[in-house]
Design a protein around this ligand. Structure first.
Ligand code: PBG
Length: 315
């Protein structure tokens, strides 16, 4: 059985999944065929299927209708993500759970942090945001998350979370930093899934601009210094040069996030008959691996696993 093709193997893949309150829910996302919003019980069935095809790592996102200015529903042991981690770890102890740590799906304004109220501009309140993100990470760790993955692009988020984890007996919980995260169009479908589009302004204040190179590496350097176990470049396809340079500059576990819009493009093109989906997916995955990523976070993971399990092309 061919478990790898052109260097793309199942073990290096992480599959993003979305959970919301409810029972027996599996809501399709029109722009993302094959991706669903699950209730915890349905997600457990999905995870069972994932494990059977060899996918052992998920990146868990919570979705909620209970939004407020501070994203309160994101933290505490009753949050949708914490309760889901508990359920999944109970049923599948071998599952590696990574959790997204960001407030944008929980805030009424849709920004990734807590804002300074007095201002019309998008001004993130650094202290409040770091505190909220640390609380969120702690609650995920307490529920059993293996990795927490801060994606708010708040300065100092990794060190603040590391400190909180270490100080509360979670030295073993690891951190994957969304280190170099660009303000990208290609998050469009994700924001539909998570209902997390900013209600005003944009994310340019805290995400990287398209033209920036050096700052991507200083962000990665910061995350490594602050204690990130894995660093990330996101999105993947429009930033392959950044992945390659990061690979050459740093000896650190490097992830690339093949984001929602990149997935949607491949799916839409395949449905229109513009290309063969399997070939297109392996071409893209090969490029991301060739650029230097150790880990690829991708919505294609279950398809890739099925294709690899089917065998065919020799290793
Ligand atoms: C949260 C977050 C986003 C994504 C991952 N975590 C959205 C954003 O920054 O707007 C995007 C993932 C994807 O597009 O697949 N901040």
């Amino acid at each position: 059985m061919a478990k790898s093709r052109y260097g793309v193997d199942i073990d290096s893949l992480v599959y993003p999944v979305f959970v919301r309150q409810g029972i027996d829910l599996q809501q399709p996302i029109p722009s993302m065929p094959g991706v669903y919003r699950f209730s915890p019980d349905s997600l457990a069935k999905e995870v069972d299927r994932l494990l059977k095809i060899g996918i052992k790592k998920i990146l868990l996102f919570g979705i909620t209708e209970e939004k407020d200015e501070c994203g309160t529903a994101a933290y505490g042991d009753k949050s949708i993500v914490s309760t889901t981690i508990g359920l999944l770890k109970h049923l599948f102890p071998e599952l590696i759970i990574m959790t997204d740590v960001c407030l944008c799906a929980y805030t009424s304004h849709g920004h990734c942090g807590i804002l300074n109220r007095s201002s019309d501009d998008v001004l993130i309140n650094k202290d409040k945001t770091l505190h909220a993100l640390s609380e969120m990470a702690l609650s995920h760790a307490a529920a059993g998350a293996d990795y927490v993955a801060p994606s708010a692009m708040a300065e100092g988020q990794v060190s603040s979370i590391r400190k909180a984890l270490d100080g509360n007996g979670f030295k073993e919980t690891r951190i994957m930093g969304y280190s170099a995260k660009y303000a990208s169009q290609f998050y469009g479908p994700f924001r539909d899934i998570a209902d997390s589009a900013p209600r005003f302004g944009d994310r340019c204040q805290y995400q990287l601009g398209w033209t920036e190179r050096e700052r991507a590496f200083s962000k990665i350097e910061d995350d490594i210094r602050e204690g990130a176990d894995i660093v990330m470049v996101k999105p993947a396809l429009a930033y392959l040069d950044i992945i390659r340079e990061a690979r050459d500059k740093f000896r650190h576990r490097l992830a690339a996030y093949n984001v929602s819009g990149e997935y949607a493009m491949i799916k839409a093109g395949a449905q229109s008959g513009y290309w063969d989906e399997e070939e297109a997916v392996f071409e893209v995955m090969t490029a991301i691996k060739r650029a230097g990523a150790d880990i690829v976070i991708t919505y294609h993971a279950p398809d890739i696993a099925r294709w690899l399990n089917r065998g065919g092309v020799p290793q």
